[in-house]
Design a protein around this ligand. Structure first.
Ligand SMILES: [Fe+2]
Length: 346
């Protein structure tokens, strides 16, 4: 597990219970983050500047939910930041959360992006869109349903069907269409794949660039990341070769997933944690998220980054993310039932 400690005091406290009282101080908040530090540090700096509350961060790319569960009542964690509805629901299932009771949060974040019990709250969204070849795809609108149409045979690239981003999309198809139709759709999509699912979202853009496929399913923010990638200029070429199509824009809207936060069950600095969660839903923080991460803010009226705005308007599917969280497991079973990750039969 890759762990980066940003606070020496925090590190000492984590190594044994004896130093725990240090965390009783009311001027701190302890954050476990599955999101990379560079994405969240500017938000935390703005929070400290505004409130005087200092932040201690532990970053790891996995295992933090399990770690909070193991630490139990000795856990110094006040809150956990993560991307994806899968991790948010998993945190609740593993019993490490408590309800976030805040009128400010309820005011700022629409109900479809919050857990009905209050155990998780969305902070930003990202749309699961189509990257279409500028050269080979003429149409400027598309639906998810259409991806199963034989006209796209051998022309679609995706990552593994079991990846959480695809599971959430497939779960939304089950919720909208019913299981039988969603399964038929998934079989059709599988038959249209250009290759066995592999790689990450950016690798699918590369597939379009190289001519291996005409359409790829991927998240919005990767377009911005590729377009501005100075270290790997070939990614800028991948981004230039595709246009962003928002599926189902004319009707129910495009599937979105979340980044979000949970309040730890045994948060030693609960008041400060709520203060931070409220801040993360404020105009100021939502604007930082939009600019820095090229994600969609969830608070109404907050603007988009220039590059995100350049793709046109997002009409987000209003299916509650809680419903997607509940349906993910069935989606995962369907992926296996249709043999999605084996790729097309013919
Ligand atoms: Fe991602």
């Amino acid at each position: 597990m890759k762990i980066k400690l940003l606070s020496a005091a925090f590190a000492v406290a984590l190594s044994g219970g004896a130093t725990m009282p240090a965390f009783a101080q009311s001027s701190e908040v302890n954050i476990y983050s599955l999101r990379q530090t560079y994405l969240i540090q500017p938000l935390l700096d703005a929070f400290t500047k505004k409130t005087g509350v200092t932040t201690n961060v532990i970053f790891a790319d996995k295992g933090l939910i399990e770690r909070i569960a193991e630490e139990a009542e000795n856990s110094p964690a006040d809150l956990l930041l993560t991307a994806d509805i899968g991790f948010l629901t998993s945190a609740v299932e593993q019993g490490i959360t408590q309800p976030i009771e805040s009128g400010v949060v309820e005011e700022n974040i629409p109900a479809v992006y919050r857990d009905p019990e209050g155990d998780w709250v969305g902070l930003t969204s990202r749309a699961r869109v189509i990257y279409a070849s500028k050269e080979r795809v003429e149409q400027d609108s598309i639906t998810y349903e259409e991806l199963a149409n034989p006209k796209w045979k051998g022309k679609i690239c995706t990552r593994s069907g079991q990846h959480s981003y695809n599971l959430a999309l497939f779960a939304s198809m089950i919720a909208h269409k019913g299981e039988a139709e969603a399964k038929k759709w998934l079989e059709g999509l599988k038959e249209n794949l250009a290759r066995k699912p592999s790689g990450n979202d950016r690798a699918q853009a590369q597939g379009v660039f190289s001519g291996e496929c005409d359409l790829a399913i991927a998240n919005t923010y990767y377009m911005a990341l590729m377009a501005t990638n100075e270290k790997e200029p070939e990614q800028q070429e991948w981004a230039r070769s595709v246009k962003v199509l928002f599926p189902n824009a004319e009707e129910r809207g495009t599937h979105v997933n979340l980044s979000g936060v949970v309040l730890a069950k045994n948060a030693p600095n609960k008041d400060n944690a709520i203060k931070l969660i409220e801040f993360l839903t404020s105009d100021e923080a939502q604007k930082i998220y939009a600019e820095l991460n090229n994600e969609y803010p969830l608070k109404e009226g907050v603007g988009l980054s220039q590059v995100v705005a350049s793709w046109g308007e997002l009409k987000a599917d209003e299916l509650p993310l809680a419903t997607i969280g509940e349906t993910r497991k069935r989606a995962s079973e369907l992926v296996d039932e249709v043999g999605y990750d084996q790729g097309p039969n013919s």
